[in-house]
Design a protein around this ligand. Structure first.
Ligand SMILES: NC(=O)C1=CN([C@@H]2O[C@H](COP(=O)(O)OP(=O)(O)OC[C@H]3O[C@@H](n4cnc5c(N)ncnc54)[C@H](OP(=O)(O)O)[C@@H]3O)[C@@H](O)[C@H]2O)C=CC1
Ligand SMILES: CC(C)CCC[C@@H](C)[C@H]1CC[C@H]2[C@@H]3C(=O)C=C4C[C@@H](O)CC[C@]4(C)[C@H]3CC[C@]12C
Length: 286
């Protein structure tokens, strides 16, 4: 169908355009997708893209009112494929088996893609020594991802599906003022990169895509001297990466990939460049 449509659109531009079009319009049609942390920000944008693409989407977050809004917007576009999940964020307590997964995947007879995106609130400042906060954030940003993967994996094995893990540059290199957050993002890389290897060894057809994002415009800061990238495009890149079963995606590509190439050869230089991209004067004084 991608090929035919390209001809209809008169595109002689070949595979790249065709592939892009195909992913956007056909690859996710009818697919069953769960997006966590989809009441705001990048997750919300992912839900909109997915609904537009004709996927069946379950959005999760703690605040039911915000989720309701996300779902209403879909109804307005005439593509109401989004189901509302019960509030009280099951992912905040990873010890509990995420029941909503089981019921939703049961009614949809499976799951094709699990997009793990939510994060708990943290502070942007010098590490304050609060070990309890690190522990809490690890539970929300890391352990719940593991718990959700465990409960989704049997379904994903059946469908040859995909796991998409949203991480950050702060999960690949040392950035100041986000020590607890950074720890949770590094943990995701360790766990999911190891799991990916095991799935390949076992010939299990489930892909894992780790998303390395730079600064995105869902957050504003006068400390960070870098201009943020748009959340809409970011959301689309994440979905495309998952659908194409890529190992990792980098967004924006050059702005994230080049610093990380420097990391491996001249770590002190990258540390310096990172420090230079902050205005410490504007940091909140406690
Ligand atoms: N913004 C940026 O500059 C960057 C973001 N990223 C990553 O992108 C992803 C999305 O970030 P962004 O869109 O900015 O984040 P937002 O803060 O906009 O969204 C976070 C989502 O998580 C939900 N959430 C918050 N606390 C909890 C909790 N305890 N349990 C379950 N869900 C919770 C929120 O809904 P509710 O409060 O209703 O529960 C919301 O839907 C994250 O993984 C982040 O690390 C990576 C690099 C840069
Ligand atoms: C090498 C440099 C030039 C690149 C700079 C990129 C920097 C500026 C990017 C990379 C990762 C980004 C942080 C992130 O991952 C997530 C969040 C959580 C959000 O709630 C508040 C903003 C915050 C802390 C981002 C702040 C900006 C960061 C440090």
């Amino acid at each position: 169908p991608g090929y035919l449509d390209c001809k209809v659109f008169g595109s002689r531009g070949g595979l790249a355009v065709c592939g892009f079009f195909w992913v956007q319009h056909f690859m996710l049609k009818g697919k069953r997708v769960i997006v966590t942390g989809a009441s705001t920000g990048i997750g919300e944008q992912m839900a909109y893209h997915l609904a537009r693409m004709g996927a069946h989407v379950l959005v999760t977050a703690r605040t039911e009112a915000k989720l309701q809004k996300v779902c209403t917007k879909h109804t307005c576009t005439g593509q109401s494929y989004v189901t509302l999940c019960p509030a009280n964020g099951p992912q905040s307590c990873p010890a509990e088996p995420p029941m909503l997964f089981k019921t939703w995947t049961h009614t949809h007879r499976g799951l094709d893609m699990l997009i793990l995106n939510h994060i708990g609130n943290s502070y942007f400042n010098y590490f304050d020594g609060d070990v309890g906060h690190v522990q809490k954030l690890l539970k929300i940003n890391f352990l719940s991802y593991v718990a959700m993967t465990v409960s989704a994996l049997p379904r994903l094995k059946d469908s040859g599906g995909s796991i998409v893990v949203v991480s950050s540059m702060a999960g690949k290199a040392g950035f100041p003022f986000t020590a607890p957050y950074s720890a949770t993002k590094f943990a995701l890389d360790g766990f999911f990169s190891s799991l990916r290897q095991e799935l390949i060894i076992q010939k299990v057809d489930v892909s894992i895509t780790l998303c390395i994002l730079g600064f995105i415009d869902t957050a504003a800061s006068d400390v960070v001297l870098v201009s943020p990238a748009p959340k809409e495009e970011c959301a689309l890149e994440i979905i495309k990466g998952g659908a194409l079963r890529q190992r990792e995606i980098y967004y924006k590509y050059a702005a994230t990939k080049i610093p990380l190439l420097i990391r491996d050869w001249a770590p002190e230089l990258l540390d310096y460049l990172i420090r230079r991209s902050y205005n410490v004067e504007n940091l909140k004084k406690n």
